[in-house]
Design a protein around this ligand. Structure first.
Ligand SMILES: Cc1ncc(C[n+]2csc(CCOP(=O)(O)OP(=O)(O)O)c2C)c(N)n1
Length: 638
């Protein structure tokens, strides 16, 4: 089946292949990509779109020595297929298997473990600057591939400014498929559209080839480049002045699915001195019609089966996720209050805001992959008197820490931060686990930090935050929303909710692991241990009264959070107890230890970290056994 692909152990094996064989190989690679997504959820349309580009790059450069960075890294699959990982490809994104992003532990062809967009030009420029300073390294070429969705990120212009000033030899391949996850937005995208209508790309493909054929294939690269430039200007085919003004040579647009042409272009620019931007036009989802027609859905589709006539059957989950609960809650808030606005940094689909976008087009803002701008933009709206919501993944909020500090908390502006994908995101792995937000948000004065225990809390907390005159944040994971039974207390600033009080010990649950804590307590009760549960709700302000009463009076206390232990909720509890002069020797903190967590299903990771009901119950049993000899009154420090 994979006649050619199965023999490719490394990019060196591509060297003898003709353009026709490379095209055949591209077909085989697409087949493997399609087979993968029929077994699991994985990045798909972006990978289908870069197959030819990947082959052209690896046949023009030698990346065992030259440098290559794929921006973001979600389109790394074709690269993995031809850099020695074909035989393990089926393990992609599963526990112990290949990572869905570049991973230097898997291959020397992957330079950085990344999953966040926009940093590729900076990192590649850094590699080049480093290689140029080290003896015998300056011949190493430096290439990065960046999508038009990632391209508006602020850091890209910091890097281009630096590269244009340094004049380093650097090739930036702009992979323009007119899509981020959703259709790309903003003025820069419109500029790229104008470049696309440049006759070099539209209609005049034969003209392109004529020009290329006039350019000598051998000889001084700078001269070859100038010859090409002269010919294209003569034909009125040159554009990209924005990049030229930044001291980049702009070439393109080029058809990114024509291997022959791509290789000619890459060969032409590979030794051009100074920074070059090669504008390559691709189709997201290329080669698999349903994905090309709906690249938004097929960015990371649910597992599906292909049928004869191309009809697809999707493996859909019937449960409602926290993301859905919150997008519906946002919708209702916007319906009720014309001052509520919502912002997403290119994650409209992931945060399920499509209905909000359609219903409130003037109060919905997709800013593109520009998190820092998004937060300052929200601050401006809050200052003007609106009630902005920043709906963002926990891990991407890290991009904008300074704006949260300066523009929001320092001004004490009422911006609401909804942190989706908080905690362990599962198969995306360490680049995407949202584990640091509690630690980095709770240190900021004025910031209210909330963790809903279930869907009831999540909706009520949004309502609370939109009536509160300070910045508020709340977090929830990527999982099915749960609801704790029984009558619930309303959300009150800095007040926890006592689910039950236990005489043998207490679990203090911070966040949506609350139902697991309740399940653990129920199991312990069957074993004869009376362990109660507190739903902490607030990390800041902490309900010291309730939580410290538990520490002062109960034989043991276990805190539970799906976040980094260092600086997180348990730390806040221990700090508060220490400040109050209460011993914490009988307090145990459960959460994410001080290391990066690999990829696997969220449930597998929770179990590995002792954060599932069994693990929580086990920790309680251990604490109970350990604290048995000690009595609560001995713990109070005088
Ligand atoms: C800082 C950051 N914000 C958001 C994302 C989520 N994200 C992953 S891929 C993607 C779209 C990238 O578009 P583009 O660079 O054009 O690549 P394409 O998928 O179109 O090939 C987004 C928004 C991210 N990875 N990093």
């Amino acid at each position: 089946m994979d006649k050619l692909l199965s023999k490719i152990e490394s990019p060196r094996d591509l060297q003898g292949l003709s353009n026709a064989e490379l095209e055949q190989l591209a077909g085989e690679m697409r087949e493997v990509l399609c087979n993968l997504v029929s077994t699991r959820t994985a990045h798909f349309a972006s990978n289908l779109g870069v197959v030819e580009l990947c082959l052209a790059l690896h046949t023009t450069f030698d990346f065992s020595r030259d440098r290559l960075i794929w921006d973001t890294g979600h389109q790394i699959y074709p690269h993995k297929l031809i850099t020695g990982r074909y035989h393990e490809f089926g393990t992609m994104r599963s526990k112990g298997g290949l990572m869905g992003y570049p991973n230097p532990n898997e291959s020397d062809y992957d330079l950085f473990m990344t999953g966040h967009a926009g940093s590729s030009i900076s990192a590649t420029l850094g590699l080049k600057a480093g290689d140029d300073l080290l003896p015998g390294q300056s011949d190493r070429r430096a290439v990065c591939v960046i999508g038009d969705g990632a391209f508006p990120s602020g850091i890209v212009y910091e890097a281009m400014n630096n590269a244009g000033g340094l004049g380093k030899n650097l090739l930036v391949v702009l992979n323009d498929n007119q899509m981020s996850i959703c259709p790309r937005v903003g003025g820069l995208g419109q500029y790229l559209d104008r470049l696309r209508v440049n006759s070099l790309y539209t209609g005049l493909k034969s003209e392109v080839l004529k020009i290329l054929n006039k350019v000598p294939l051998f000889g001084d690269p700078a001269e070859r480049f100038l010859a090409q430039l002269k010919e294209s200007i003569k034909a009125g085919l040159h554009g990209g002045m924005l990049f030229e003004e930044l001291n980049f040579r702009y070439i393109g647009p080029v058809d990114g699915h024509n291997i022959t042409q791509l290789r000619k272009y890459l060969d032409m620019v590979k030794d051009v001195p100074g920074p070059v931007l090669l504008h390559v036009v691709t189709e997201k989802g290329h080669g698999f019609q349903p994905a090309a027609e709906d690249p938004v859905f097929f960015h990371t589709p649910p597992q599906f089966t292909r049928e004869e006539e191309g009809i697809l059957e999707f493996k859909k989950s019937s449960s409602k996720a926290y993301t859905n609960v919150m997008s519906e809650a946002i919708f209702k808030q916007m319906e009720a209050n014309g001052k509520v606005t919502v912002m997403t940094a290119a994650m409209c689909q992931g945060t399920k805001l499509e209905k909000v976008r359609a219903a409130f087009p003037d109060r919905f803002f997709d800013t593109g992959i520009c998190e820092a701008h998004t937060v300052a933009f929200a601050a401006g709206q809050a200052k003007a008197g609106l009630r902005p919501i920043v709906d963002i993944y926990s891990t991407f909020l890290q991009r904008t820490y300074d704006q949260i500090f300066q523009e929001v908390t320092l001004q004490n502006l009422p911006v609401t931060f909804l942190l989706d994908r908080a905690g362990l995101t599962g198969p995306d792995g360490p680049t995407h686990h949202g584990m640091f937000d509690l630690a980095y948000l709770r240190v900021l004065p004025n910031m209210v930090v909330m963790c809903p225990g279930d869907a009831f809390d999540a909706v009520a907390m949004l309502d609370f935050s939109l009536g509160h005159d300070s910045p508020c944040s709340m977090r929830y994971p990527k999982t099915a929303a749960q609801r704790v039974e029984g009558s619930r207390t309303p959300i009150e600033l800095g007040r926890a909710e006592v689910i039950d009080w236990g005489h043998d010990g207490m679990i203090v649950a911070c966040g949506t692991l609350l139902p697991s804590c309740i399940e653990a307590a129920a199991g312990l009760r069957e074993d004869g241990l009376d362990v109660g549960v507190i739903n902490a709700r607030f990390v800041k302000p902490l309900d010291s009264q309730t939580i410290l009463r538990a520490i002062a009076t109960c034989p043991f206390v276990v805190t539970v959070e799906e976040a980094a232990l260092m600086g997180g909720f348990g730390s806040a509890v221990v700090e508060a107890a220490t400040d109050a002069g209460i011993s914490t020797a009988h307090v145990r903190r459960l959460g994410i230890p001080d290391r990066f967590i690999e990829h696997a299903e969220r449930g597998e990771l929770l179990a590995d970290l002792g954060l599932d009901p069994d693990g929580i119950a086990q920790a309680c049993r251990q604490m109970s056994a350990r604290c048995d000899v000690k009595k609560p009154d001995r713990r109070r420090v005088s």
